[in-house]
Ligand binder design. Structure first.
Ligand code: ADQ
Length: 489
């Protein structure tokens, strides 16, 4: 945008994501209370210079009546948010079905649950149909608010059909699409029945972004193998038209974490926790309770560590904070009981009358409590089986400025490519290796801890969420400008 000499003017940006960054609660027929979730994406976009951003997405609630819809639209407008209204049936088929039951496990190499596999195959057509209809509903809202020159940034696997809907409407729209999950190897991706349509739609975007170079490479090879298109160093070419494909690793708003550590409320939490766990080393896990996060494997590795290192019994504690998600899905309910059962068994086996080795909480923590936990713990365990990036690892590093704790990180998280030199990398499926890494982390000499931490801290504080968003928007404008020049030559 700056290269186009338009610095000083505000670039209008429409950010389209499945969920708006708000939680909406109805307080009366025409009254809503809204709470903005101050996540990474929100602060990333607030921090982008020269950009005037608006969000388009589903508010996460069913609002069947017009009075409610009008009131919610008005309340959201004050937060620069525009709602897409989805009814229960479409949410069931598009969101719970196609997105969460098919694309999510497939993109994380988990396949589908065995007993559901046939049912999923049978329902596939109707779920994909609902997915396309839902994407069209997002597109309709974009058209209503679009002005010439706007940049449209589509997010994630929920909206892979959106670039096509948008370009079919107006070929001149500047469209970018970014995937927050891994893009799997083409061997996995090609099992998806709707593989052709989704790839063709994503290729309608001008710029396609992934967290890592590997995901970008998998995407390009899927286009080559499935569509027979040529991959170039710049992206994918189809009949003279280039879709740029590149890696844009996300970051966090590290200053927000550093500032939080200075707040009296956070300092209070820190001293309470320090006192509570005095004399013991503390390890931390913070995850959404999802199969991709490898929580049962992590806890089993901790059990193995306790088994093999009896001298550490009662001297180390694991705090596992697991916020429940998709609680109405049977697979997730099963995962919760599985985790509870393993934790109960280990606490029964290694606990005493006054202390247990694992504190497991099934809930979300507020930002201040989370920062305090990140700051006081000696080791963080991030053992995702697959993870697009994993921001918890970044947040932990950002809060460890003084303690310089050790990060144990799965090699299957995108973050392994940026924090790999400072973290202890593990294969989360190998619980012996993870147990050994726990011992290594707990006994690591302070000069090695400092060196590892310095590397990661420098990365986390210089590759921020704001840089990520700014680079993506800049590259999108640049890509469109270059394509325009090419067609004029
Ligand atoms: P997620 O799968 O949600 O994101 P992650 O990147 O770790 O995973 O982000 C989770 C966020 O939720 C963090 O900001 C964390 O602080 C917060 N969180 C998790 N558990 C919590 C708890 N118990 N209490 C409070 N807060 C909690 C998806 C992809 C990732 C990718 C991101 C961003 O799956 O791979 O890194 O998008 O692109």
């Amino acid at each position: 945008f700056r290269r186009l000499g338009l610095r000083g003017m505000k670039q209008r940006l429409l950010v389209v994501a499945n969920r708006l960054p708000v939680s909406a609660n109805r307080r009366g027929e025409d009254h809503w209370s809204l709470e903005i979730s101050a996540g990474g994406l929100v602060s990333a976009l607030l921090g982008v210079k020269d950009v005037d951003a608006k969000w388009i997405g589903w508010a996460g609630v069913n609002v069947p009546d017009e009075v409610g819809q009008r009131a919610l639209t008005k309340a959201l407008a004050e937060k620069r948010c525009i709602p897409v209204f989805l009814d229960e049936e479409i949410v069931h088929q598009y969101y719970n079905g196609y997105c969460n039951n098919i694309l999510w496990p497939l993109f994380h190499y988990l396949g589908l649950p065995q007993e559901d596999r046939l049912a999923t195959t049978r329902n596939f057509e109707s779920q994909f149909d609902a997915y396309k209809r839902a994407n069209q509903m997002f597109a309709d809202v974009v058209y209503e608010h679009y002005q010439d020159g706007d940049v449209i940034w589509c997010h994630d696997y929920h909206l892979m059909f959106l670039p096509k809907c948008l370009k079919d409407h107006d070929i001149n729209m500047k469209v970018g699409w970014f995937l927050h999950t891994p893009f799997p190897s083409s061997e996995i991706y090609r099992t998806l029945p709707s593989r052709l349509e989704l790839l063709r739609s994503v290729l309608c975007a001008d710029l396609v972004g992934f967290h890592t170079y590997d995901y970008a490479r998998h995407f390009v090879s899927a286009c080559t193998r499935i569509l027979g298109l040529e991959g170039t160093p710049e992206g994918v070419e189809d009949q003279g038209r280039l879709t740029r494909v590149a890696a844009f690793p996300i970051g966090i708003d590290s200053d927000r974490f550093k500032r939080a550590l200075e707040l009296p409320a956070v300092k209070r939490h820190v001293s309470e926790l320090t006192e509570r766990f005095a004399g013991r080393k503390v390890m931390l896990g913070v995850d959404r309770l999802d199969m991709i996060k490898g929580i049962p494997q992590k806890i089993l590795a901790f059990e193995k560590f306790l088994e093999e290192n009896p001298d550490w019994n009662n001297k180390v504690v694991l705090l596992q904070i697991a916020v429940p998600t998709r609680t109405d899905v049977p697979e997730y309910q099963k995962l919760t009981s599985q985790v509870h059962e393993i934790v109960g068994r280990i606490n029964g086996r290694f606990g005493t009358l006054t202390a247990v080795p694992i504190h497991h909480l099934d809930r979300s923590l507020d930002f201040h409590a989370l920062c305090a936990l990140y700051a006081v713990t000696d080791v963080a365990l991030v053992t995702s089986l697959r993870d697009g990036m994993n921001l918890v690892s970044y947040e932990y590093v950002a809060c460890q400025g003084s303690k310089k704790g050790v990060l144990i990180l799965s090699e299957f998280a995108g973050a392994a490519q940026s924090l790999g030199a400072g973290a202890i990398l593990v294969n989360p499926w190998n619980i012996t290796e993870v147990a050994d890494s726990i011992r290594h982390a707990l006994t690591m000499p302070s000069d090695e801890r400092e060196k590892r931490h310095r590397h990661n801290y420098a990365h986390v504080t210089t590759h921020t969420a704001q840089d990520w968003a700014e680079t993506f928007v800049f590259e999108l404008n640049d890509t469109v400008a270059e394509a325009l020049l090419r067609t004029r030559q």
